[in-house]
Design a protein around this ligand. Structure first.
Ligand SMILES: Nc1nc2c(c(=O)[nH]1)N[C@H]1C(S)=C(S)[C@@H](COP(=O)(O)OP(=O)(O)OC[C@H]3O[C@@H](n4cnc5c(=O)[nH]c(N)nc54)[C@H](O)[C@@H]3O)O[C@H]1N2
Ligand SMILES: Nc1nc2c(c(=O)[nH]1)N[C@H]1C(S)=C(S)[C@@H](COP(=O)(O)OP(=O)(O)OC[C@H]3O[C@@H](n4cnc5c(=O)[nH]c(N)nc54)[C@H](O)[C@@H]3O)O[C@H]1N2
Ligand SMILES: [Mo]
Length: 779
């Protein structure tokens, strides 16, 4: 298989490379964000929107899921947030005339950046069978077409309903009810490709798949690990929290193959002094080999075990281990200790690429810490052995009683702004029985129990011709998913693909026999329904739920809110011509829910724990925090009722001769598959994206020079996948470990290469070789 990804129209001629930065944010961040805002929105709209981001009674920023403080700054500034807002609030438009003058074939040759730059979608559009262009369609006809395809299916499992994590709680709840009303649990979501490994490991060990810390915990911790995460780019507001933690005396250990700018040094734009001086955030930087984190945490467990044996102590204890916590709240210590005794230091050093001195020093940091937090993101979740890796993170925390104690805990830092809320609402192909029971009771029907497809399973099912209808509630499935070509061919096997979207993307061009684009409101926009302006709610990374209300005039008068699209479709599918519910469908007053979202919140309150008095609780500007038993009471909803130590066989990546382990990651100018611009300022990449960062000695040992053009060839079980024309950049990364941007390199990620247990594509460990590209062949 060869990547013939869009190429004709990709211009990389302006690509230049400079020295990477060692600090993040500061003045360039402010000017860069303002430039993009002004380009997209103009001055008035820029001020209106940027002042409302994350403000009480404003809209929730869709930039990331890092929580807001109760007392927010006016214009809490974040470059990432400002760019995400500008991208949505842009004044550019993709109209029916645009579609009339651009064929699908032509649009396919454009890159993600160009498509995104065209602006907001304004009309529902239909691609007829065999047609070369989309044409406008009425909302009624569009919804009827979907309903008819669904009615025509032989089995409810022939439909797949994808969700991206920007969807509000209200839309997500209505959507999952629609899907279960159709009779399937085929609810793949972006989380399957993101923090699924975190959920799998945490549910098993502490009984809940969510983080156990609050902002206050972060700010009062004594030791914070930031592992497999690049907050300077992806969660810039987290840097302010880390800065506060640091002022309060915290030690920060960064674990990453790359020296990421924000982690090393941070200039806080909120604070003039901070901007002049900058804070050295990281105390210790562990430049780990890709996939070496399980070994690191086993090494730390082993270090603590040896210290315990030597009679040393943790603060406030007479031993290293917190035996009181361990005996009251955990099971499984013995098997874990046995495993630590069996694992050898040589393996740990080889797997991590670190020295014994570095591991001992980090062990000493733990020994000195009163309260430890481990934060992580995609560097830990997107490997084959991610679930065992995260179990080993939990093990180390449990040893010193670091769950359910102030300043301590697990902190998986979520990506999409409401990805955690969507899960809470039931966007999951395998919700627990209790959820189904409560849903059935509330809506007087029987929801299906058989587990549905996750993302990878959905692609396989489409590939194998088992799916007739694909609906995407936001997101950009074809570019976010692994194995781009297989995914595109799989979508082509369906009868109908439907994308509910704000902006044009490649998923509108990777279609089934017929395709619909349903344009929807973004979070910045006023959502006016029959009973008046509506608000929606979202849940952040720390389980705080709060309201969000858009203020801007919608991008077009033809947009329909996500909630309205779902409710209108459900009404069509589930009621007869007199408006009575059909048998075996959820008994919901769909049109009333559409007109008044507070009625959806009533249902949510009835089905889900922690949402009692939902409507009242969101009057409170900061919203409310959902219960989390390990955090609140050291209680664990696991099989044993206790937290579980686990004994995990040590796994790590070995680099085959002449090959590299490629991680696929984000640049500074992108939001997942949305490309804001072609610079990655902190890493010194400008004007282009087709670069591969390689360790200097690998460059020469593989027979290349910095600046050479190469093809990336991934090798997996005898099949090759290619991404062509990348420029080699010598970069500080451990030997054997390379990096390139997602989504250009998704074509290299094999569909069948997934994390054990969680099924997450191994986007951070793709085995590749570099092939010389003919001179001047790029562009
Ligand atoms: N501006 C912006 N903000 C975003 C996003 C965006 O695209 N743009 N995306 C949002 C989403 S959905 C998500 S999930 C988050 C993603 O946030 P991140 O997880 O920070 O995103 P990535 O760019 O994938 O970066 C992964 C980091 O892990 C490191 N890493 C890779 N492999 C390993 C490893 O084996 N071990 C360790 N220790 N580190 C490793 C990489 O060097 C990199 O620093 O950000 C969210 N916020
Ligand atoms: N190789 C590789 N692949 C990866 C990753 C990686 O690190 N490496 N990361 C994975 C991760 S962590 C994630 S989360 C996924 C992301 O996967 P997705 O969530 O599917 O992708 P996005 O790029 O965030 O989706 C962008 C599109 O969403 C639509 N959109 C934006 N706002 C709204 C809205 O308010 N409503 C609606 N209905 N639509 C909207 C726009 O049309 C836009 O084009 O990608 C995954 N894929
Ligand atoms: Mo994500």
């Amino acid at each position: 298989m060869a990547s013939r990804a869009p190429r004709e129209n990709i211009d990389e001629s302006k690509l230049t490379v400079t020295k990477p930065k060692s600090k993040a944010v500061g003045l360039p961040a402010v000017t860069n964000a303002l430039k993009i805002s002004l380009e997209q929105m103009g001055p008035l709209r820029s001020v209106q929107t940027l002042l409302a981001v994350n403000q009480v009674d404003g809209f929730d920023c869709m930039g990331c899921a890092w929580p807001e403080h109760d007392k927010r700054h006016t214009a809490e500034f974040c470059e990432n947030g400002a760019k995400a807002v500008a991208e949505e609030a842009t004044r550019r438009r993709v109209t029916p005339e645009f579609f009339a003058s651009h064929s699908i074939a032509e649009l396919k040759t454009r890159d993600d950046y160009w498509l995104g730059q065209q602006g907001r979608l304004t009309h529902p559009m239909l691609l007829d069978e065999g047609a070369t262009h989309y044409r406008p369609v009425d909302w009624d006809d569009a919804l009827e077409l979907i309903a008819q395809e669904i009615r025509d299916m032989d089995s409810p499992d022939q439909a797949v309903f994808y969700t991206s994590g920007r969807t509000s709680n209200e839309a997500a709840f209505a959507y999952q009810l629609l899907v279960r009303g159709v009779g399937t649990n085929n609810l793949p979501d972006c989380s399957n490709m993101c923090h699924e490994s975190s959920g799998s490991a945490l549910v098993e060990t502490i009984g809940i798949g969510k983080g156990s810390v609050s902002l206050k915990d972060v700010e009062t911790a004594s030791l914070i690990f930031v592992a497999g995460q690049n907050p300077g780019t992806n969660h810039p507001r987290m840097l302010s929290s880390l800065e506060k933690a640091k002022k309060n005396g915290a030690v920060i250990v960064s674990v990453n193959p790359l020296p990421e700018a924000g982690l090393l040094k941070f200039e806080n734009p909120q604070n003039l002094v901070g901007m002049m001086v900058g804070t050295e955030l990281t105390d210790d930087f562990l430049q780990i080999r890709a996939g070496g984190d399980q070994a690191l945490f086993q090494g730390l467990g082993k270090y603590l075990l040896e210290a315990e044996g030597a009679g040393r102590t943790s603060p406030g204890l007479r031993t290293v281990f917190d035996h009181d916590f361990i005996s009251k709240h955990t099971v499984g210590l013995d098997a874990y200790v046995k495993q630590l005794e069996d694992v050898g230091w040589e393996d740990i050093l080889e797997a991590t690429g670190l020295t014994m001195g570095q591991i001992s020093a980090t062990g000493e940091r733990l020994l000195a810490s009163k309260a430890t937090i481990v934060c992580w993101a995609m560097g830990l979740t997107q490997h084959k052995h991610s679930v065992p890796t995260l179990r080993d993170v939990v093990n180390v925390l449990l040893l010193q009683g670091n769950i359910g104690k102030p300043g301590a805990g697990v902190c998986p830092v979520r990506g999409h702004s409401n990805v955690q809320g969507d899960r809470t609402m039931g966007i999951f192909e395998q919700m627990p029985e209790k959820f189904h029971d409560r849903l059935d009771q509330e809506f007087q029907f029987r929801s299906p129990r058989a587990h549905g497809y996750d993302t990878v399973a959905a692609i396989r099912a489409m590939r194998d011709g088992m799916v007739r209808v694909f609906i995407g509630m936001g997101g950009n499935f074809v570019r976010a998913a692994p194995d781009s070509e297989t995914t595109e061919q799989s979508l082509a096997n369906t009868r109908l693909t439907v994308q509910i979207s704000t902006k044009l993307n490649h998923s509108h061009l990777a279609t089934g026999r017929r395709a619909l684009i349903l344009p929807t409101l973004g979070r910045t926009e006023r959502d006016t329904q029959r009973t008046g302006d509506q608000r929606v709610t979202v849940e952040d990374s720390m389980s705080a739920v709060h309201a969000s209300r858009g203020r801007l005039k919608p991008a077009s008068e033809h947009l329909m809110s996500e909630v309205a699209i779902v409710c209108n479709l459900a009404h069509r599918l589930f009621t007869d011509s007199d408006g009575h519910p059909l048998p075996n469908t959820p008994k919901a007053a769909w049109l009333a829910l559409r007109d008044d979202y507070s009625l959806i919140r009533k249902h949510i309150a009835a089905v889900l724990d922690g949402f009692e008095n939902f409507e009242e609780k969101i009057q409170n500007p900061g919203g409310f925090v959902l219960p989390h038993r390990p955090r609140d009471a050291r209680e664990f909803d696991t099989a044993s009722g206790k937290a579980h130590f686990t004994a995990n066989h040590l796994e790590y990546l070995r680099v085959p001769e002449g090959r590299l382990i490629l991680q696929t990651l984000r640049s500074h100018d992108q939001y997942n598959t949305t490309i804001y611009g072609k610079d990655d300022r902190y890493r010194g990449i400008h004007g282009g994206r087709r670069v591969v960062l390689v360790n200097e000695s690998d460059v020469s040992e593989l027979g290349f020079e910095d600046g050479d053009m190469v093809h990336l060839v991934s090798e997996f079980r005898g099949t090759e996948r290619r991404a062509e024309n990348f420029r080699i950049v010598s970069y500080s990364t451990p030997k054997g470990c390379a990096a390139a941007y997602y989504p250009e390199t998704n074509v290299l990620v094999p569909l069948d290469s997934v994390a054990d247990i969680s099924g997450t594509p191994t986007s951070k460990s793709v085995i590749v070789r570099l092939e010389p590209a003919g001179a001047g062949s790029h562009g």
